[in-house]
Design a protein around this ligand. Structure first.
Ligand SMILES: [Zn+2]
Ligand SMILES: [Zn+2]
Length: 138
């Protein structure tokens, strides 16, 4: 992971929303909760925790939010034309973003070291050795 050059560019599937990640994420986590299974249309979603100052976005995004299990609000930004999810955030903590990093041009940073909501994990997926796991949220 040492030879990755920042900034890394990202774009939604249609290219209407683009961004630049200026520095390495604070943490990369996989979430196995049912909401993330819906979101990703897969077994889990991957999130890169980043500071708001470390990403520059351009293009129009739409908002959606839901109540999170923690009692907080989970707000989401997505591209209104292709629907690709760009990032999540807690409106009470706007300086921390949960970037959905699969639309980066260099996806080699997407190597989760933390797996959460393992209690809702699909049986066929085996957690890699050496990562931290949590039954529910962090
Ligand atoms: Zn798009
Ligand atoms: Zn989740």
């Amino acid at each position: 992971m040492d030879d990755i050059k920042y900034p890394i560019k990202g774009a939604c599937q249609c290219g209407g929303v683009t961004y630049e990640l200026l520095e390495p994420p604070l943490m990369v986590a996989a979430c196995h909760c049912k909401e993330c299974q819906k979101l990703s249309t897969s077994a889990f979603s991957i999130t890169a925790m980043v500071t708001a100052q470390s990403v520059k976005f351009s293009g129009l995004m739409k908002d959606w939010s839901r109540a999170a299990d923690s009692g907080n609000v989970s707000a989401a930004k997505f591209c209104p034309s292709c629907g690709n999810r760009i990032y999540h955030y807690d409106p009470n903590e706007p300086d921390k973003l949960k970037l959905k990093p699969s639309n980066l041009s260099d996806t080699s940073i997407i190597n989760p070291t933390v797996h959460i909501w393992v209690s809702e994990k699909q049986d066929w997926f085996n957690i890699p050795e050496g990562v931290k796991t949590f039954d529910k949220q962090l």
